[in-house]
Design a protein around this ligand. Sequence first.
Ligand code: ADP
Length: 269
Amino acid sequence: NEALLLQLEVTRYGQNEALVIVRDITRLRNLEQMRRDFVANVSHELRTPLTVITGYLETLQGSDVAPPPWQRPLAQMEEQAARMAALVNDLLLLARLETSECKIGDVPVDVSELIGRVAREARSFSGGRHKVLVQCETDSRIRGDAGELHSAFANLVLNAVKYSPAGGTIQLRWWQDRRGGHFSVQDQGIGIDPVHIPRLTERFYRVDPGRSRGSGGTGLGLAIVKHVLLRHCGEMSIESTPAQGSTFTLHFPEHKLTAKPVPTPKASE
Ligand code: ADP
């Protein structure tokens, strides 16, 4: 009863001949769907127990119930519970983004406001150890989902902080040209060896797993960025030089952008 999913591959030979390969990928699609549902269900089920654990840990910390020698282990438990919560949230978000049926918002999202917000978040995350500069060349809006676009922009900006030494400058830039709108995040951080670049958007792919975990990363950030872009017809390019820094750029096509409306003049009294 179920619809078949066929994949066609056509190779032309000369003027009049072609080789057509038809593959039945129904089973593969179903397995993918099962994997996504499983991950989404597990993540969802883990949320409630985690909230309870975090709640009790917060209460115990700093209270008289737990004697002083317990305060350090309690703080560590709370930190690990927070890491787990971040992972569960990212897994749920990714499962939602991967479901093509999942509805995407279609509202004009103010780019300068969004960049201002992620810059403030980056400054607070860095604790003043980095300089975060913003350059917005046009007042634009991207038509799409405000929450998803925030996740994509924030992941890039927080990565720039995580993978840069203190004292580094992080430059955020938005500009428009005939190809569309572009958001770039440039850092003066550790950089990435070119061999890793094609695999960075795979789930849990990390250049240096120890460093990434230590800085609170879930290993899902760039996979989330990739899926948000797919849903907004966008693309990402990465340029990097080890020990010098990286630039991650998101490109949005013209048809996803709307100009900021000109404010209507106030009626004269
Ligand atoms: P993570 O949670 O590990 O940061 P991401 O998916 O966001 O996961 O990134 C994948 C990997 O790409 C990181 O572990 C890191 O090795 C590398 N990476 C991402 N952003 C940068 C950056 N700005 N500078 C250097 N390496 C980066």
